[in-house]
Design a protein around this ligand. Structure first.
Ligand SMILES: C[S@@+](CC[C@H](N)C(=O)[O-])C[C@H]1O[C@@H](n2cnc3c(N)ncnc32)[C@H](O)[C@@H]1O
Length: 222
């Protein structure tokens, strides 16, 4: 069993008490179907070292293994989609680093064991890049990035939406977290982070950056 507390100071200063695996799984069981869809998005605003995100990733990858055991290309692209669906914020830099590494290790272990000789280092680099953009060192209350000491900087938290287009292309669109939360509150209270009403026009102008490229090359435009 992993430790739930690192130090008394961290509990006092940051309320850092990690959730035990049993409780994580019991909570995820409440939204079981969402946890196995590669494109269903989750944001953990105080993610610690990723107890929830890593359990969701394991569930998503297990489902993909079941579906695409002998179709390595399909597995690969949907596994990239799955990692792109997970978002986290934590104010402690060491937690953010640990969370990123943990997600990458889970992703790569599964990828390597399933795709074997079909694995590509370009895909691994793309996944590292996506994790680096999705797991952010920031203050979930002010929605700003933080410095080493945990103080707010002048940079807002910006998340990238990763959307699969066809069988090889991925579109990245960047939004500030504050815009995403505003948008969701105003137009889509029950929707997920980037959800849009199909009848609405795309919110051109809200995103900060957008490009479409091969999913193995997302990091080359970043
Ligand atoms: C109770 S722990 C939960 C960690 C993880 N979600 C889990 O369930 O194992 C709270 C986490 O929130 C982080 N935290 C505290 N204040 C924060 C803030 N204003 N913004 C983002 N993260 C914060 C702490 O560093 C800590 O990792």
């Amino acid at each position: 069993m992993t430790k739930q507390i690192k130090s008394r100071e961290r509990v006092t200063e940051r309320g850092e008490v990690f959730t035990a695996e049993r409780e994580v799984n019991a909570m995820l069981d409440l939204v079981k179907p969402e946890c196995i869809r590669p494109d269903s998005r989750f944001l953990e605003p105080a993610c610690g070292d990723g107890n929830f995100l890593s359990a969701i990733l394991e569930r998503k990858l297990a489902e993909l293994r079941r579906r695409y055991k002998s179709a390595h290309r399909s597995y690969e692209i949907h596994a990239v989609e799955a990692i792109g669906s997970l978002y986290g914020v934590d104010i402690m830099r060491d937690n953010v680093e640990a969370c990123r590494q943990r997600l990458f290790n889970i992703w790569d272990r599964e990828y390597t064991s399933l795709c074997k000789d079909d694995c590509s280092n370009d895909t691994r680099d793309a996944v590292r890049f996506i994790i680096g953009r999705n797991i952010i060192c920031g203050n979930a209350l002010t929605l700003m990035c933080v410095d080493e000491a945990g103080n707010d900087t002048s940079e807002p938290i910006v998340f990238s939406e990763w959307a699969l287009i066809g069988t090889t292309q991925m579109q990245r669109s960047d939004y500030t977290l504050s815009d995403l939360l505003l948008y969701r509150d105003n137009t889509n209270p029950d929707g997920n982070l980037f959800a849009r009403d199909d009848d609405e026009e795309d919110t051109e102008g809200v995103f900060l950056k957008r490009y479409t490229t091969h999913y193995k090359k997302v990091h080359q435009n970043g």
